[in-house]
Design a protein around this ligand. Sequence first.
Ligand SMILES: [Zn+2]
Ligand SMILES: [Zn+2]
Length: 133
Amino acid sequence: MVRGECNCGAVAFEISADLSGVFVCHCSICQRSTGSNGIAVVIVDNNVFRWLRGQEQVTSWKKPDADWQTWFCRVCGSPLPGANDKTRMFVPAGLISDGGEALRVIHHVWVGSKAVWDEIGDSGQQHSEAFEG
Ligand SMILES: [Zn+2]
Ligand SMILES: [Zn+2]
């Protein structure tokens, strides 16, 4: 069982699956969204994901004219899990507090857009643009 929560603790969730693969998106939109080199996420099936509390604090913003949307805590601003597609959710890896011991970066996407100071030092496979894993 994997558990995670936002910075203020208002929102918490659990995932009833073993997780191992982390995707890091280095695109310019994720850079601005996080103020960092992008965002690290784990992709899970909808049917293994469950909100434990605070779902009413989850809000989202869709970037106009882009296929990009973010979900975040309306109290503390932490990025939160959201819809990856119709059947899967993405979960920001940094939220995971329990059960993430086996997590390793397996794919870097939008590496062609990464920040000049962003040096990739792990063995994850690098993709210049999107990659559907
Ligand atoms: Zn919060
Ligand atoms: Zn991105």
